[in-house]
Write a protein that binds this ligand. Structure first.
Ligand SMILES: [Zn+2]
Length: 280
């Protein structure tokens, strides 16, 4: 991708795995979908870099990004503190069964972080990890490499297809997370998504717009009193991506809105005063 930053693709889900080679040490970003694949990725990393591997940073807990962690038990492995809900959820259980793995025996990260962490790559270069709130999962992390102007974003961005909603995704949170991501991108930043070709900043804006359309239109329809199954077919609304993706997003957004309860009335302070009021 850029000097010192490599991308491996791990099948069967074509997950982008990052290898960052700093002046003194290397890090992996995500680690494959099984302990055996984790071993293969570790061997591939050793063949590419003569710097010692310091650890693994997880973009999130989904099985295709994290089940390889067992191959790195002697190193520091970092995930967001809520990443284990995706790593232990229903989808993870199904994946473990189909792979013949015992979910309880698969390790989580050795180190968890809340919002932000930095790791030294040597000679003044660093790797920065940040959590922008619940989005694709409850525990997403982005991994930024300011020296190379590359950022690994996991499944916050997809270029292989539409965004993948999980039962724990937050549509509103995802829009806000992409706002935060947008704020730290520079014109030439390379964005490594969880799946698919490396993206440019405009593609972050494009996906943000699609998610905002799902959130904003569902919010409008919710306050109009529409039932969730009526929203997709409303003749004044248009939706991004394919119908199944949009309907999944609408259902999640609707559930988020319902969980918030009734909208509160605005405060009288900001409701009444006008510019023409002589008291102002
Ligand atoms: Zn995912």
């Amino acid at each position: 991708m850029r000097p010192g930053v490599h991308l491996l693709v791990a099948e069967p889900e074509s997950v982008n795995v990052g290898l960052v080679v700093g002046p003194e040490r290397a890090w992996l970003i995500d680690c494959g979908s099984s302990p055996a694949q984790g071993e293969s990725i570790r061997a591939a990393a050793a063949a590419v870099s003569d710097r010692p591997l310091a650890g693994v940073a997880l973009t999130h807990g989904h099985w295709d990004h994290s089940f390889g962690l067992a191959a790195f038990a002697d190193l520091e492995t970092i995930g967001q503190q809520d990443c284990q809900s995706a790593q232990r959820g229903d989808e993870a259980q199904r994946a473990a069964r189909s792979l013949g793995l015992e979910l309880d025996r698969l390790p989580g990260p050795s180190q968890t972080i809340g919002l932000i962490a930095v790791r030294d790559l040597g000679a003044g270069q660093v790797m920065e990890l940040a959590h922008f709130g619940p989005a694709h999962t409850r525990g997403d992390l982005v991994v930024a490499l300011p020296g190379a102007d590359v950022i690994f974003v996991g499944d916050l961005i997809e270029t292989a297809g539409p965004p993948q909603f999980d039962s724990e995704s937050s549509v509103d949170g995802w829009v806000k997370s992409l706002d935060s991501l947008w704020a730290i991108l520079k014109p030439n930043t390379l964005v490594a998504p969880g799946h698919g070709p490396v993206a440019e900043p405009w593609q972050v804006g494009h996906q943000r717009a699609g998610l905002a359309a799902i959130w904003g239109q569902t919010e409008w329809a919710y306050h109009q009193g529409l039932a969730p199954e009526q929203i997709y077919h409303h003749d004044q609304l248009e939706w991004p991506w394919d119908r199944a993706t949009a309907e999944r997003g609408i259902a999640l957004a609707y559930a988020e809105l319902r969980a918030r309860g009734p909208r509160r009335a605005p405060l009288p302070l900001i409701q009444t005063r006008r510019r023409s009021d002589p008291a102002l």
